[in-house]
Write a new protein. Structure first.
Length: 560
């Protein structure tokens, strides 16, 4: 923002600013209310940043509320993962960690209030009959024959539902609104259903559970939420949200405001579909580094600062649009370029022998840990007669503009000497398995008299000191921008190259003590992280975070 220009706000922040200026609210209170039926994903990151962000910006507060109303699909492991992900992303809720189940007694009272007011009834239609009676988008629904039950009968049946006298699905409690409404959400929505399932917090204290819309509205009001911020798919639910507020005696009246969800190219964010990938063994779990979950991105090596920066750049609007993956990856690159120390690794090793280098001699070559951050210091790289280089850095029959190693050609070793290829060793099928070179002792980098120039510089690792590692080369999980937008099964668009494992990679010895979660730039190769689950000093495992350059740009351009 240029000095003197007015501050620009998205439409939600403008609404909140107007409400504060107009005295409608003295303190802004928001909430992030995920259902604990899976891990949080990149779409949730936008809602987290928005809800916690606007509260912090205005000196308000934001609750982290687990909307745990469906024990059949929820689990304490999901609760723990949600809390961990929000905290890792950089947000804190103070004492504002709540659960919808905290309010089950009050929600149950509200259901009784609606029954006594003649605005709710117990329905005994089967699920199939309810679907038939509900109508369609173009045809109105029909009233249930049980809609005319008396208040006394409804109170009795609801009490017996609560007492566990009926089987699952035998009865439900429904709001009495309008079966002819063009908004299907207002066609006598279900408020409670019987569900004999042990809840992760309340155990077996309840055998009836409120539906999400009902519990969510009441929870918002109990917590004094001023602005209930949600994505556009809840826009059609707003009239129901407001109906509950109009017809119940609640301590506050939150305002629901919708914004566009974060749709990221080459991903899916449906929890059901993500769970399907896990169940079929197509990914390793919710935190698989290819998954669009926050836990997966964390394990992949994405910094939380980069994820927050990405969310900020996508903006807050009411217009649905597809965000290109390149934006996210560029945010990660920009952050890691500053943050990540440099190191050398060889993914697909090819042996180089320096035939004129003294056997048994080892030199220690100084190497900067970061080209622009001298405060990070330097490390010493051992250098000897035998080295590993990348197989791609040698070509026996090379084109004219191949400036890496080739027969008779010269390259500079990063931080080291200029070497010349003089001979090859091949296996029985003619593959090059060893490259013999000579080194020029007068060309060591950084020394006076080492000015002789060559066009190519390659990285290397001393064979005698190399640390063996498994390197996992992760890429995008899907090969098309909209895997869930076509008629074909989304799984048919899985990218077969989303994970390639290099089992024989070698690392410079300074990485032997890298802690899990350490992010580095492997020079010339990309950014890599020591896997926070599988990495061990005795068995290093590194994941590729992102490449140094965007290799998918042409695909994204075609998708646009």
């Amino acid at each position: 923002m240029n000095e003197g220009q007015p501050e620009t706000r998205d439409f939600i922040r403008q609404i909140i600013a107007d409400d504060l200026a107009g005295g409608r609210h003295a303190v802004i209170i928001t909430r992030f209310p995920p259902e604990p039926n899976g891990y949080l994903h990149v779409g949730h990151a936008k809602s987290i940043c928005l809800n916690f962000g606007v509260a912090a910006e205005t000196g308000g507060r934001c609750y982290l509320r687990l909307d745990d109303t469906n024990p059949l699909k929820e689990d304490q492991a999901f609760v723990d993962a949600i809390i961990d992900s929000v905290r890792w992303l950089g947000f804190d809720w103070g004492g504002g960690l709540t659960h919808a189940s905290d309010y089950f007694p009050r929600i149950h009272e509200c259901a009784g209030d609606l029954i006594r007011a003649g605005k709710a009834y117990v329905d005994s239609l089967s699920p199939e009959q309810m679907r038939e009676f509900r109508g369609t988008l173009t045809a109105p629904g029909r009233e249930s024959p049980h809609r005319s039950r008396s208040v006394a009968e409804n109170l009795d049946l609801f009490a017996r539902m609560r007492a566990g006298e009926f089987a699952d699905g035998e009865h439900v409690l429904r709001a009495k609104i309008d079966m002819a409404s063009p908004n299907i959400n207002l066609r006598d929505p279900v408020l409670y259903r019987i569900r004999r399932a042990t809840h992760q917090r309340t155990g077996d204290a309840w055998c009836i559970y409120p539906m999400y819309d009902f519990a969510h509205t009441i929870s918002d009001a109990i917590e004094g939420i001023t602005h209930s911020l949600c994505t556009l798919e809840f826009e059609d639910h707003r009239p129901l949200y407001e109906w509950f507020l109009d017809n119940l005696q609640l301590p506050a009246r939150p305002r629901q405001i919708e914004f566009s969800r974060l749709n990221l190219a080459f991903t899916i964010t449906s929890k059901r579909r993500l769970a399907e990938l896990i169940d079929l063994g197509l990914v390793a779990g919710w935190d698989d580094p290819r998954m669009p979950t926050i836990a997966g991105m964390r394990r992949r090596g994405y910094p939380p600062e980069a994820l927050r920066d990405f969310v900020s750049r996508t903006g807050v609007t009411k217009k649905e649009h597809l965000i290109q993956m390149s934006l996210l990856e560029n945010c990660v690159r920009e952050d890691l370029n500053v943050r990540g120390a440099r190191a050398m690794a060889v993914i697909n090793p090819l042996k180089v022998v320096l035939t004129n280098y003294p056997e048994g001699q080892v030199e220690m070559l100084p190497a900067a840990n970061h080209p622009d951050r001298p405060e990070l210091g330097e490390r010493q790289l051992p250098f000897g007669r035998e080295l590993w280089i990348e197989q791609d850095d040698f070509m026996e029959v090379a084109p004219n503009k191949f400036f890496r190693l080739k027969p008779g050609g010269e390259v500079r070793l990063r931080y080291g000497y200029i070497i010349r290829c003089v001979d090859l060793v091949k296996d029985e099928v003619g593959r090059v398995i060893e490259v013999h070179c000579t080194y020029d002792a007068d060309t060591r980098s950084g020394l006076a008299g080492a000015e002789r120039k060559v066009k190519g510089t390659i990285h290397w690792v001393s064979a005698a000191h190399a640390v063996r590692a498994e390197v996992r080369l992760y890429d995008r999980l899907f090969g098309v921008a909209r895997p869930d937008g076509a008629e074909a099964d989304f799984k048919t668009f899985l990218n077969p190259e989303s994970l390639r494992v290099a089992p024989h990679a070698v690392l410079e010895p300074s990485l032997a003590t890298a802690e899990p979660g350490t992010v580095l730039q492997f020079e010339r190769l990309g950014y890599f992280v020591a896997d926070r689950v599988d990495h061990r000093p005795t068995r290093p495992v590194f994941n590729r975070v992102v490449t140094l350059r965007d290799s998918w740009a042409k695909l994204e351009e075609a998708a646009r």
